[in-house]
Design a binder for this molecule. Structure first.
Ligand code: AMP
Length: 176
């Protein structure tokens, strides 16, 4: 992982104070997405971490995990599975409630999205308290997936989210 690429990406993150609630500093990744070089560089970091792992599916978390996760799955030539907010998936689902840095939510996964025993990598833009990813990990397990790693562009280390995901391997590129 080149320090130069990491610095460029870090410079591309826009901090938005008091969004979506007072006291939360939102890490806005849209400046990275709208820049072709930066977007490609960010996907390159995820790919570096995926190479050498046996992976059958990428699971992306609604909604920004879709942007990174689907590009990674496409580049690896493997399937992509969306983990969605409640009420958005049309077929039969497994669901789990979780708490966010700024609220409560429920997430769903199609019951047939992952074949029992498949090796799965979870992708999202940001790891904060870990509540979202921990319930994603629980859902992946519930449908029979084997979670081999969780990869995030950004990690808010002061919130200790990685504790909630133990013993899964956690990888992040931009740490705050
Ligand atoms: P958490 O469950 O607390 O780890 O929250 C992670 C999820 O909420 C991810 O899907 C993030 O996209 C989003 N999120 C939480 N905090 C922030 C933040 N400060 N900036 C941007 N996204 C955030």
């Amino acid at each position: 992982m080149s320090a130069d690429v990491v610095k460029k990406l870090r410079d591309g993150i826009r901090d938005v104070p008091d969004f979506p609630k007072k006291g939360i500093t939102f890490k806005d990744i849209t400046p990275i997405l709208k820049d072709g070089d930066l977007f490609r560089a960010s996907i390159g970091l995820f790919l570096e971490q995926c190479r050498g792992k046996q992976i059958d599916k990428i699971v992306g978390i609604d909604a920004r995990g879709f942007l990174f996760g689907s590009a990674v799955a496409y580049a690896l030539g493997i399937g992509f599975v969306p983990l969605r907010k409640k009420g958005r998936l049309p077929y039969k689902t497994e669901s789990a409630k979780y708490s966010l840095e700024y609220g409560e939510a429920e997430m769903e996964l199609h019951i047939d999205a992952i074949v029992r025993g498949e090796q799965v990598v979870l992708i999202d833009d940001l790891l904060a308290t870990g509540g979202t990813s921990a319930s994603a990990a629980a859902l992946i397990k519930k449908v029979g997936g084997d979670l081999v790693a969780a990869i995030f562009l950004i990690e808010l280390e002061f919130l200790n989210g990685r504790e909630k995901l133990k013993p899964t391997e956690i990888i992040s590129f931009l740490k705050y």
